[in-house]
Design a binder for this molecule. Structure first.
Ligand code: TRP
Length: 330
């Protein structure tokens, strides 16, 4: 029997996932769980780089765990855990920060972007965020990391740090590779289809939240920005709005873009938008039901968290012990 390759990924507990997070990331995580040994984390330590109310953060991390499970991640097959429950993350982060250069971190585009958005709170954690992310990944001797475009640079620095450390101390870390999904849906904003769908968008009509009720979903799709050509045809450059709706529809129904084009030939945008809205609502319905059940079963969620932390700690502890041994900390 060959060992399964290991996958690690995480999301910050920032609220409800959007349809973009679901179709672009979470659904892939679910698809990977049979073929790979998957470890998925709620990276709550990362969330402290912005100010939160303790009560909100506590709720959001529980909620994200429930969303993972509701979307189809099976806690029996994978390790699902809270980053802060495994102290090795913070410990390895410190060690790795001594092998990461200020210059490298200063080049991170996400740091520059975030720093410009929170000028009153450019904390050191925001700056060293990629080091914590490297620790997340490297602790588990991860083979593959499914990440979106915005995280590629962070994965790259994790690889550089791992290679640098290995160069000094021998093979301590596996150098992770990015996992590029076979079919990756990049879901765009419904109001400005040239930008990514994002829950930080001020305009709530621009994104679909995993927990939006069916009527809201249909309404948001009805209001989606399109073009004046009135032809349902995929052309991401000239018709970004319609093309985005077609990608979404294709993602949730499994139909190809061609099929969609044929099915809707001669029909108006209004009809199409309603069809997309209803198909999305139908896809999210069972997830929403499961989410509500899970949120009503706090004991179960706590149990998942505890087991996840135990299993993750065991693996992470081995790597951390090796790091301490190699660096002379024993
Ligand atoms: N930085 C990632 C994001 O904001 C979240 C993250 C933290 C992560 N640690 C990770 C993703 C490790 C993959 C692997 O999306």
């Amino acid at each position: 029997m060959t060992e399964k390759k290991r996958i690690f990924s995480g999301m910050q507990p920032t609220g409800f996932l959007t349809l973009g997070n679901y179709l672009g990331a979470m659904r892939n995580w679910v698809a990977l769980q049979d073929e790979y040994d998957c470890i998925y984390s709620v990276v709550d330590l990362h969330s402290l780089t912005v100010r939160n109310e303790a009560k909100d953060l506590r709720e959001r991390r529980m909620s994200l765990l429930a969303q993972y499970i509701a979307c189809g991640i099976n806690p029996e097959k994978n390790i699902l855990f809270m980053q802060s429950h495994v102290s090795a993350h913070a410990e390895l982060c410190w060690v790795l920060s001594c092998f990461t250069y200020m210059g490298e971190l200063s080049r991170m585009t996400q740091f520059k972007e975030k720093a410009s958005k929170q000028e009153d709170n450019i904390n050191a954690g925001l700056f060293t965020y990629p080091v914590l992310m490297a620790a997340d990944i490297l602790l588990y001797q991860t083979d593959l990391v499914p990440v979106g475009d915005d995280q590629k640079q962070h994965l790259e620095i994790a690889r550089d740090i791992a290679a640098r450390f290995n160069g000094i101390y021998g093979d301590v870390f596996k150098v992770p590779e990015p996992y590029i999904p076979k079919v990756g849906a990049r879901i765009m904003s419904l109001q400005d289809p040239t930008g990514k769908m994002s829950k930080s968008d001020e305009n709530k009509n621009s994104y679909i939240s995993l927990l939006d009720p069916p009527e809201t979903i249909v309404r948001k799709f009805k209001r989606a920005v399109t073009d004046s050509e009135a032809v349902i045809r995929f052309d991401a450059e000239n018709k970004p709005g319609i093309s985005n709706l077609m990608s979404i529809y294709s993602s949730v129904t499994g139909k190809t873009l061609e099929q969609i084009q044929n099915d809707f030939e001669g029909r108006g945008y209004g009809d199409f938008k309603i069809a997309v809205g209803e198909a999305v609502a139908e896809t999210l319905r069972p997830i929403q039901e499961r989410y509500r059940e899970l949120m009503a079963s706090k004991d179960y969620l706590l149990d998942v968290m505890r087991k996840g932390a135990e299993n993750a700690s065991r693996i992470a502890g081995r790597t951390l012990a090796k790091v301490y041994r190699k660096t002379g900390l024993v």
